[in-house]
Design a protein around this ligand. Sequence first.
Ligand code: MOS
Length: 741
Amino acid sequence: MSSGIIGAAVTRIDGTLKVTGAARYAVDHPFDDIAFGVGIGSTIGSGTISRIDSSVAEKMPGVIAILHHGNADPLFRSAERLQPESHASESRPPLDDDKVYYYGQFVALVVANTFEQAQDAAARVKVEYKEQHPIVTLSDAPVPAGPPHNKYERGSAAKAFEDAAVKIDETYVTPPETHNPMEMHATIAAWNGNKVTLYETSQGVVNHRNVMSEMLGLPIDQVQVISPFCGSGFGGKLFPWPQSALAAMAARRVKRPVKVVVPRSMMFTTVGHRPMTQQRMRIGATADGKLVSIQQDVVQPTSMIDTFTENCTGVTAMLYSCPNVATVQNVVPFNIGTPTPMRGPGTTPGLYAMEAAMDELAVRLNIDPLELRLKNYAEHDEGADRPFSSKHLRECYQTGAQKFGWEKRNAQVGSMRDGNEILGWGMATATWHAGRGAAEVRVRLMADGTARASSATQDIGTGTYTIFAQVVSEKTGIPVNKIQVVLGDSALTPGPMSGGSTATASVLPAIARASEAAIQAVITAATRSSDGQFANADPKTLKMTNGRIHAQDKSPDSGVPFQDILTQRRLAALEGQARTAPDHDAQKFSSHSFGAQFLEIGWDPGIARLRVRRILTVMDAGKIINEKTARNQILGGVVMGVGMGIFEETLYDPRNAKPLNNNFADYIVSTNADIPKMECIFLDYPDLNLNEYGARGVGEIGITGIASALTMAVHHATGVRIRNLPIRVDDLLASTVNLNV
Ligand code: MOS
């Protein structure tokens, strides 16, 4: 049982709870006396509230309170950073004043006995505004929000570009995208005296607790955040959003638990999004395809309230070997809610622009795009000037090319056919940085033969519950079905956010140390006993295998089940606790995951249909801890990449900054029918510089190469070069490739 469980395709231990409906998501927590809060969003994009008339609504059945800036209890800003980990994407407390910075900003909250009563009353609250023209386009927003970000230069990029034999100078635009998790943002706030419990859907219960303690002006031990299950986050639930503070404020006012759910339409306004990016890429190369210069100039909007940087330039300095690289990023304020990380933040749009430009260079040079990448392969991180902790990207390219059949690609545009479809093949590099934060875990061995592991991290659908059980099982030999894992409660020992693909790398060492400490506690108990097999034995000579304590030089079968030792000593449980720090050794290295993604599209010009036919991903993501949940993460990222490439775009009405497609009918995400056969191969090289298991994390990287591989494949099939995502069928009508040629 023990060693083989790391890396195995273990089925989620929380799977049954989820598929039977027994798993409790935020608003599933039952309260007898709950009241319902329905938010009112502003209907202008910029301006001030001149009047709120709630007189009719207040007299409607079931209405308990109507909160707005004129009568709300004050909240504090969380920007003071009183604690090391406390970040709110939107620093302005809700209902702070009469200012409106974006369409759909909360301007009031109606609290009533039932949801229907609250909704009905909300429709009868009259809000009048003094409206200003909102800024939602780059041409309307000439002034950056501050000095440029991400300024980086090595060598002399402008000069090298000028002198380069071959030049690409193109601008790529990625649209604003909205996270669309199944479970909408939601809060139940329940006060007990001066302590508040918040039932949330959160990617970071500790951060959420810290922020809310600041906003409510309470010590952290008077705020508890509970999020045992999360119907996905994609980054949108990393940090708290206004509905949480609103629910807490309302519950304090009405002295009852209050539930506030952000409706799908407001998921497009007040809980973050991926901002649009405009990226000018200038790339210079020698005639035989060696990069001599890369320049990347990015402009990206933030909100009027906060500066959020979508770090598009982060990977540019390290991705390829090139002596002259310069990047700069300007952030400009829009009348749109504050952006926030969305799967592969920064890297995903940034890498799209870089890889799209690389394909344009390959076409210009008439070099195979894969060969161009191998020619410019970075053996060390030239940006950070450090060795990579572990990099097997070359093998990703080679394995992927072989498995995909890349050598059969005819580079001629429109030359590959299958029946009525013109085929296009594309490939791209995928990458995401690896990191590791602090984590503190408790492992308890129980007299009934089970174990319990806990930490204030959370499982957002990724498989964190299961890997906790796998590590405890590896260390103790207790089968995973006898291991209970408790996460998603800020009152537990502090654990990491589920973000940046770092949770796994962060928690593994802490689970291992805590398991060992728990085993040690049982061994100590056994040897301190005056009777029993190990009475007065030297603890150092004992170990635990398959759930049994035994002498190191004897077989486990000769030992005693740990629960028997606990029972003999009249102990219900013994516990181990461990805190592990971020690994400072990792600072000597540049730690990134890499991958290669290959795909095939089919374009049927007769009916103007574009579809993706197959996608292959080869990942160098360190040691894979759970083959099944890791594959799920990569394939989920790929599906989201297809959405980014051909479907997703949030459209804002220039008159009032309203997201026009704020629903699932008009904001298109990939569905099953859009997704072909997908494959994922893990190289599985452990990155031991990051942690003892060599795991790096897999949450984001799957999305990162797909959009550029798609635009490349579309060009290969149709000759149309798309530089403005998403790819639209309308654009492909310009194709002059004809099936009959
Ligand atoms: Mo990820 S965008 O850190 O959830």
